[in-house]
Design a protein around this ligand. Structure first.
Ligand SMILES: Nc1nc2c(c(=O)[nH]1)N[C@H]1C(S)=C(S)[C@@H](COP(=O)(O)O)O[C@H]1N2
Ligand SMILES: [Mo]
Length: 263
């Protein structure tokens, strides 16, 4: 037996832990797989076969959930239709006031100085560098009234305007065959998305909310607005964009949320 095996404590799973694990796994499974599984009932043995993880302790339980979540990402990626549009709404249906949400309270919203701000762009792009807000505002703009869905159980309809993200990626000569686009924010938030979603016609680098400059609480100086993805995938206060092939993760994803996060 290796030293590593002898020193690492093995925490046996209780019956309650096992029931919780099966529930968690069920939540992480993509819909179609969930349906197929439910016909026979989800068991720990079935999940072990699906993931190649034999769950005997809490460490393996974590690995199993992580593998199911990545399996979910792949299935959602396959199912994603890059031409299918999310519903749009009339102006009369906009939720007023639009809710604020972040991993902190409103009084801690980051302050970004408009004059000195520069958006950094790098990674797999032929034109890396920095952008002022004025330069971004001079690119083609597009508006949308769409529904934002938060996993915490609320949704709201809002109106965002900005640069179609596909236009921006083409402007910086991004390698569009890359796997991911990663975002770093002025708070400690970070996110990443798949390239097909980055190029979706409703994915915009939003500079305005309801016809006005994006207010601080909704993500000044800019947020990525994607009606095809859940709320936490839409980063606010973006300061850096990197095109990459190395999986960048995300603020909530690294704490167990599913990465693809389709809505
Ligand atoms: N930089 C940053 N972006 C973020 C978050 C955050 O805490 N920081 N929270 C996310 C979550 S969970 C949600 S629901 C939305 C909320 O956006 P809103 O304040 O415009 O409603 O922002 C997302 N983007
Ligand atoms: Mo959210």
């Amino acid at each position: 037996m290796s030293l590593r095996n002898t020193v690492r404590p093995t925490v046996e799973l209780s019956a309650l832990d096992r029931r919780f694990l099966v529930k968690e796994a069920e939540r992480l499974l993509p819909m179609n797989a969930r349906r197929r599984f439910l016909r026979g009932g989800i068991t720990l043995g079935g999940l072990a076969m699906l993931t190649g993880c034999n769950v005997t302790d809490s460490k393996m339980a974590e690995t199993l959930l992580m593998r199911i979540s990545r399996f979910n990402d792949r299935v959602q990626g396959w199912l994603f239709d890059p031409t299918r549009l999310a519903p749009t709404y009339p102006e009369s249906m906009i939720t007023r006031p639009f809710p604020f949400n972040a991993f902190y309270d409103m009084d801690r919203v980051p302050e970004v100085d408009e004059e000195s701000f520069r958006l950094q762009v790098g990674g797999r792009v032929r034109q890396p560098g920095s952008w002022t807000l004025e330069q971004l505002a001079s690119l083609p703009q597009q508006e949308q009234i769409t529904r934002h869905i938060c996993v915490e159980g609320w949704s709201a309809i809002g109106r965002w305007g900005g640069v179609p993200f596909s236009v921006f990626l083409q402007r910086v000569n991004a390698d569009l065959s890359s796997k991911y686009v990663a975002f770093r924010c002025a708070d400690d938030y970070y996110e990443s998305i798949d390239m097909p979603t980055a190029l979706h016609p409703q994915t915009i680098l939003a500079l305005t909310y309801d016809g006005e400059t994006l207010p601080p609480e909704y993500g000044f100086p800019m947020k990525l607005r994607m009606p095809t993805k859940l709320g936490y995938k839409n980063p606010k206060h973006i300061v850096e964009i990197v095109v990459t092939n190395d999986y960048p993760g995300g603020y909530w994803e690294d704490q167990g949320y599913n990465w693809f996060g389709g809505s």
